[in-house]
Design a protein around this ligand. Structure first.
Ligand SMILES: [Zn+2]
Length: 463
């Protein structure tokens, strides 16, 4: 798998720090409002990388944080208010109730569009101590300073690489990025808060060596990524809007604290736009999963829509394109049902299609090319139907479109069948072909069709 690294601006082969295991950190949701399709496209990126790596045989550990300390994520203005506080006032719930409510909603929506759960969802509020310790380390190492109010700032001039990710170096600070946090006590306008003294009206606040306050937003991801994945890990993902200041500041904090590079590859996803505007709460053109289901669309079809565009590019959302994607996914499921009775064999033509699909995914997630391979396969008269079925069923591990839904009529293998499948895969791995054949017969004997795929044995009811 090769991925475009935002830091070096080059495509790199994923070479995991730990043999066979890829470690990935994904910046997760802020939980004071519902996720929109733009958020979900961004979260889908991490899951897609994971699915692609698993197709190549890697194990992947994915961590996604939950930002439940009310931060001002995209508003850099000095009059920005605590979003969590606003939600609390609007809804009459406590901050923790708000966080729980919206985290639950994000999980439900993510599942609806086929994003599989991360392995851990650390919450910022559960890791205040780690953030305080990391802040103290940065003070001790001369990278941060405490001001009279009790806030702690990172000293950007102490980290020579500052700006390397976003290009917002200290010589070339972009207009509007000069002073995100105005505080006359700061030594340099680009210095950013690791810890902020709590002002009046601040609901979520904690004790610290510097007084009562709350952590800066960026320190959360430095503290939790290194706690769960170690001081060197493989992939960090997030939306394009997080490159600066969030990820720039995360690099400065983490690398200054441990003295070396922490993340091997930084991957950033493009925005989703509607009628030329970024989909966001502030532009008022928010589309949520429930808007898809209200139109009778399968939320999984949104995946097919996103596959038409490279993940780094901005993508335009139109309802016409969404309707077409939905029709296509439903048509693919019907074709799968038609092909299901055919015997699964394996031809050179099918192997060539399989290689093309895998190459597309491995080439920095070139999903538009993978879509072409799917369409070419479906239309190719030279590949037997059973092989088309087997290939699409295997590729669905990446596509995540539930393509066997109609073919299996919602059938899922019961535990005793899964047990036989596992035993057969073990026998095949041990080259015990007599036992493997015997288990195939046993599965066939209970009315199942048995398919051999690169991922092992697959079964479906014989129709
Ligand atoms: Zn983050």
């Amino acid at each position: 798998m090769r991925l475009y690294d935002t830091l070096t601006r080059e495509v790199h082969e994923v070479r995991p720090v730990r043999e066979g295991l890829v470690t990935m950190y994904t910046c997760g949701p802020t939980v004071y409002r519902f996720a929109h399709l733009g958020n979900l496209r961004t979260f889908m990126l991490g899951d897609l990388i994971r699915r692609g790596l698993e197709l190549e045989g890697y194990r992947v550990t994915q961590i996604m944080n939950i930002t439940d300390v009310g931060h001002m994520t995209d508003e850099a203005s000095s009059d920005a208010v605590d979003k969590m506080l606003l939600a609390v006032e609007d809804e009459g719930l406590t901050p923790l109730d708000i966080a729980e409510k919206y985290a639950e909603a994000v999980f439900t929506d993510a599942e609806a569009v086929g994003i599989r759960p991360a392995h851990e969802y650390p919450k910022a509020t559960d890791h205040i101590q780690e953030m305080i310790e990391l802040t103290q380390t940065l003070i001790d190492r001369g990278h941060a300073y405490v001001v009279e109010s009790g806030s702690v700032y990172f000293d950007v001039t102490s980290f020579p690489g500052y700006g390397k990710l976003s290009g917002n170096t200290l010589d070339h600070l972009r207009e509007g990025h000069r002073d995100l946090e105005s505080d006359p006590a700061k030594r340099h306008p680009a210095d950013f808060a690791l810890w902020k003294a709590a002002g009046p009206g601040r609901l979520m606040k904690w004790e610290s060596p510097w007084g009562v306050g709350f952590p800066g937003w960026h320190i959360e991801c430095s503290a939790m990524s290194m706690k769960f994945l170690g001081e060197r890990f493989d992939i960090h993902t997030g939306g394009n809007d997080l490159r600066f200041p969030h990820h720039e500041d995360e690099i400065a904090q983490s690398e200054a604290a441990v003295g070396h590079q922490v993340v091997s590859i930084w991957v950033h996803g493009g925005h989703l736009r509607q009628t030329g505007q970024k989909i966001s709460k502030s532009t008022g053109n928010v589309i949520q999963v429930e808007d898809l289901t209200a139109r009778g669309l399968d939320p999984l079809s949104f995946r097919w829509l996103t596959f038409q565009t490279r993940y780094r590019s901005e993508m335009d959302f139109t309802w016409d394109a969404m309707d077409a994607a939905d029709a296509k996914v439903k048509q693919l499921r019907r074709r799968m049902a038609d092909w299901a009775p055919a015997a699964a064999t394996s031809s050179d033509a099918a192997a060539a299609f399989d290689a093309r699909f895998r190459d597309s995914v491995a080439a920095d997630l070139d999903m538009p090319s993978a879509v072409v391979v799917v369409n070419d396969l479906v239309g190719d008269a030279g590949v037997p139907d059973g092989e088309k079925y087997t290939l699409l069923a295997a590729w669905d591990a990446v596509l995540g479109l539930d393509l066997e839904r109609e073919a299996t009529s919602g059938w899922t293998a019961p535990d005793d069948v899964l047990e036989l499948v596992a035993r057969r895969d073990a026998a095949r791995a041990a080259k015990d072909y007599a036992e493997s054949d015997r288990l195939r017969d046993e599965l066939t004997g209970v009315g199942l069709e048995v398919m051999d795929t690169p991922e092992g044995t697959r079964v479906r009811p014989r129709i």
